[in-house]
Design a binder for this molecule. Sequence first.
Ligand code: C2E
Ligand code: CA
Ligand code: CA
Ligand code: CA
Length: 276
Amino acid sequence: AKHGGRNRYCFFTEPMNRRVQQRLEMESGLRDAERRGELELGYQPQVDIASGAVVGVEALVRWRHPRHGLISPANFIPVAEESGQIARIGDWVLAEACRQCAAWRETALAGLPVAVNLSAAQLGRSDLAEGILRHLEAYGLPSSALQLEMTEGLFFHETEPVRSTLQSLQRSGLQLVVDDFGTGYSNLGYLKRFPVAKLKIDESFVRGLPEDTEDVVISSTLIRMAHGLRLRVIAEGVETAEQLAFLREHGCDEAQGFYFSRPLAGADLARWAQRR
Ligand code: C2E
Ligand code: CA
Ligand code: CA
Ligand code: CA
């Protein structure tokens, strides 16, 4: 970029500096986001396609920033991961999901498992299973109260600490769900080593249903593969009755998406389930 001259140099570095600045600001803001009560969980229902019953809930973290408003996890989770804060934030998410699950005891959502997303860095920690069991116990919940969603890449780049953490989670009775299934090219051998309970088809394969030929082939193949392996399968990002009809026709077990509900605060989701 040198021969571009002074103007060009400025053109490129100014926005870059601003990005670095924003990133540093986000990183330091995250350090006390939980302490200031700025993190929240949104809960999205998971529906059994055949019966229409709500059978679970996914917890999705949000950051209510005092100046920038609601920040999506897609923006701040990567920052939390790179700045070494994900273990602390992830632990808050697990504790909060348990608190909410216990608070739903007297509502229409009683007894439903809450699915929590885990990052690779959390899986690498030897104290993860112990921490999760401690939160469950603190709220008097069985291990079936939580499901753990993790992406394929995590199994693919499976290291020794990750392997032993996965094994202790499993031994403790926690159900593992493969998130964004089909998006990380992967050797599927991990499905033999780790009895995962459920595969989640990524929204990118649901979006084009039922017209898009590739999405039709990919999603119906993933459903068939899941059932061949005797696993449950859930589709995320379901927005229309047509997408749901396609999934029902192809035997998909569960669905999640705006068609049913956006992620809601815990009390709002309980009211939503009550009205249904
Ligand atoms: P994900 O696990 O694949 O979650 C699904 C995302 O799709 C969520 O975005 C959800 O709000 C959105 N979504 C749900 N239904 C629909 C729909 O019908 N249409 C469309 N277009 N989108 C839909 P969100 O909440 O922004 O989360 C983004 C990602 O952030 C998640 O993707 C997950 O990878 C990550 N994430 C969220 N919460 C946590 C957390 O507590 N810990 C970690 N490590 N990651 C998290
Ligand atoms: Ca997920
Ligand atoms: Ca994901
Ligand atoms: Ca996804």
